[in-house]
Design a protein around this ligand. Structure first.
Ligand code: ZN
Length: 495
C-alpha cells in the first residue's frame, strides 16, 4: 500500500542534513519512504491530510531507563551532598543485605507479582515514548527480564528498539551512615556480556528488523578492563553499537582516575572504544569541565577526533544542577551530541528546548544550540550513534518512521503565529503535540491514541506501583528514612 501525507510543513533531507519543505508531500510504501518533495503525481492508495502540521522524522531517544521511574520522585529538589548529585546513588543503593523494593527492575526471578510489574514497566515505557513521538529508543542496560518484557511490548505496539541486557562487575551497597561500598565481581561482568551476546544472537532482527541489539557495559567504573576489551571485540566482530555511562559523575571521574591513572574518556580511548557508535551517557564530567580542576585536559579533543556520541539528557541532569559545559565547545570539537530522556518525562520536545536554553547559557551566546541543532540531535545524531543511515531522516529509501506534530498545540494558543515550524516546536511545543506516529510504515498512534493502550489504566497502575516504592523506602534505605524524610513535601501538610 502506498500512502501520501500532504503537510503544511515537512522536515525533509538532502546531503546528510535536514531541509524545510513548505506545502509538500511525504509518500511511503511498505516500510520505506519513496518520495519527499513539493508534490507527487503517481498513484496512491491513501492520503493523510496534515494541514497546519509538521511532518518530521520520528525522534530517537538514545538514553532510556525503562519503567515509571517512581523512585526518582524521591530526589526532586533534594539529595545527599556527598553523592555530588548522582541520582542512582541516592535512590537505588540498598542497605547491605537488603534489596531495593517496589521497582520491578530490581526484582529477582520468581518474586511474587513480578510478571505484572514487568509488563507495566515495559508498557508504560513504550506507550510514553510513542506518545511523545519517539520511534526508536535505546534501553540503557536493564536486566534480562526487563528486556524480555520490552521485547513483548515492542512487538505488540510497533516501535523500534535497541535492546539487550546490560552488564557490570558489581554494584553498590550502603552502610548505616550511607557510605558506599562497591561489591566487585569481575566474573559477573563476563557472564553478563555472554548473556547479552546470546540475547542479541536470538533477538537482533526480530519484529521485521525493528529490534536490534546493543552492548551495554553499564558504567565505565563498574566494568573491568577485560569486560571493556571483550565488549569492543564483540562490537567490532558483530558490528554492534555500544552504550555506557562515562564521564557522568564526580565520584565516577575520581574513581576511574584513581584506579587507572586516566580519565574515563582517556580510558575508553586507550581501549579503542571511542567511535560514533559509542553512546557515552552523559559525557558531561569530562576533564575539560572546569569544575573538575583537571590539568592538561584532552577529553574533548579525544571524543571529538573520534566523532564519539554523547547521550545528553538535559532535563534529567539539570534537575541535579548539572549541564553540558558546553554545547558549542562539544560541537566544535566534533562530538556527536544525541539526546535522551534518561528518566522522566520522556518528552523529546521539552528535552530539545532545555538543551537549547542551557546550551545558549553555557556557551554564552544565543547563536549556540539553535532549534535546528537540537532537532538534529533528536533525530540524525541518534541515527549516527546506532550506525544507521536509514533512520532520523525523511528521504526516499529511508525507513518510514514518521511523526506528525500538530502546530495548533492541540487547539491551544501556545504556538502563536508560526514562521519557522522547527523553531516553533522547540520554543513552544510539548511532546503531547505529536498527533500521529508511524514506524516501519505502520501507524502506531493516531490522533494521540495508541491501539491496545489505556492511558487511564496505565496511570492508575503506575500510581499504585509508585505508592509501593515510596512506602517501602525505610525497609532498604541505608539510613532507614521514610519518603518524607528523604524528600519533604513542597509545603507542610495543611489541615
Ligand atoms: Zn543513564
Amino acid at each position: 500500500m502506498r500512502t501520501k501525507i500532504e503537510a503544511s510543513w515537512i522536515v525533509g533531507h538532502a546531503k546528510g542534513a535536514h531541509t524545510l519543505i513548505r506545502d509538500g508531500v511525504v509518500v511511503f510504501e511498505g516500510t520505506r519512504i519513496v518520495h519527499v518533495g513539493k508534490s507527487f503525481e503517481g498513484r496512491v492508495d491513501k492520503v493523510i491530510a496534515a494541514k497546519n502540521k509538521l511532518v518530521a522524522p520520528g525522534f530517537i531517544d538514545t538514553h532510556v531507563h525503562s519503567g515509571h521511574r517512581a523512585s526518582h520522585r524521591l530526589i526532586t529538589d533534594t539529595g545527599r551532598p556527598m553523592y555530588y548529585g548522582q541520582p542512582f546513588l541516592e535512590i537505588s543503593v540498598p542497605k547491605e543485605g537488603k534489596v531495593v523494593k517496589g521497582d520491578p527492575r530490581y526484582l529477582k526471578h520468581g518474586d511474587a507479582g513480578s510478571e505484572a510489574a514487568f509488563k507495566l514497566n515495559a508498557q508504560f515505557t513504550i506507550a510514553e515514548l510513542l506518545r511523545n513521538g519517539v520511534t526508536t529508543f535505546v534501553e540503557y542496560g536493564s536486566q534480562l527480564r526487563v528486556q524480555e518484557a520490552l521485547l513483548a511490548e515492542v512487538t505488540r505496539l510497533g516501535s523500534r528498539a535497541y535492546l539487550a541486557p546490560g552488564y557490570d562487575c558489581g554494584r553498590w551497597v550502603g552502610d548505616d551512615k550511607g557510605r558506599l561500598k562497591r561489591v566487585r565481581n569481575d566474573q559477573s561482568g563476563l557472564d553478563g556480556l555472554a548473556l547479552a551476546l546470546d540475547w542479541i544472537g536470538k533477538y537482533a532482527g526480530a519484529c521485521d528488523g525493528r529490534v536490534q541489539g546493543i552492548l551495554v557495559p553499564r558504567e565505565v567504573e563498574t566494568s573491568s578492563l577485560e569486560v571493556l576489551k571483550r565488549t569492543r571485540a564483540a562490537a567490532d566482530e558483530r558490528k554492534l553499537p555500544i552504550a555506557t555511562h562515562a564521564a557522568y559523575s564526580v565520584l565516577e571521574f575520581h574513581d576511574v582516575v584513581r584506579e587507572h591513572m586516566m580519565t574515563p574518556i582517556e580510558l575508553l580511548e586507550s581501549l579503542g572504544l571511542l567511535r560514533p557508535t559509542l553512546n557515552i551517557g552523559h559525557g558531561n564530567f569530562i576533564a575539560d569541565n572546569p569544575n573538575l580542576n583537571y590539568a592538561l585536559a584532552r577529553d574533548l579533543e579525544l571524543m571529538g577526533r573520534a566523532g564519539a556520541t554523547i547521550s545528553h539528557c538535559p532535563i534529567n541532569i539539570v534537575r541535579r544542577a548539572r549541564t553540558l559545559d558546553n554545547w558549542q565547545k562539544y560541537r566544535q570539537a566534533g562530538v556527536n551530541i544525541a539526546l535522551g530522556s534518561d528518566t522522566y518525562p520522556r518528552d523529546m520536545i521539552m528535552n530539545m528546548r532545555t538543551a537549547s536554553y542551557l546550551g545558549k547559557i553555557m556557551s554564552r551566546t544565543y547563536f549556540a544550540a539553535t532549534a535546528g541543532e537540537v532537532f538534529h540531535a533528536a533525530t540524525l545524531a541518534g541515527a549516527v550513534s546506532l550506525g544507521r543511515d536509514d533512520l532520523g531522516r525523511l528521504e526516499a529509501g529511508a525507513l518510514a518512521d514518521i511523526i506528525i506534530i500538530d502546530l495548533t498545540g492541540r487547539n491551544s494558543l501556545r504556538y502563536g503565529p508560526i514562521r519557522d515550524p522547527v523553531k516553533s516546536v522547540v520554543e513552544c511545543g510539548v511532546g503531547d503535540d505529536v498527533e500521529t506516529v508511524i514506524v516501519d510504515g505502520k501507524i502506531c498512534m493516531e490522533n494521540g491514541v495508541i491501539p491496545g493502550v489505556d492511558f487511564a489504566q496505565l496511570r492508575a497502575d503506575a500510581q499504585a506501583a509508585g505508592e509501593q516504592v515510596w512506602a517501602s523506602l525505610p525497609e532498604w534505605d541505608p539510613l532507614g528514612r521514610t519518603a518524607e524524610d528523604a524528600c519533604p513535601w513542597s509545603y507542610p501538610e495543611g489541615d
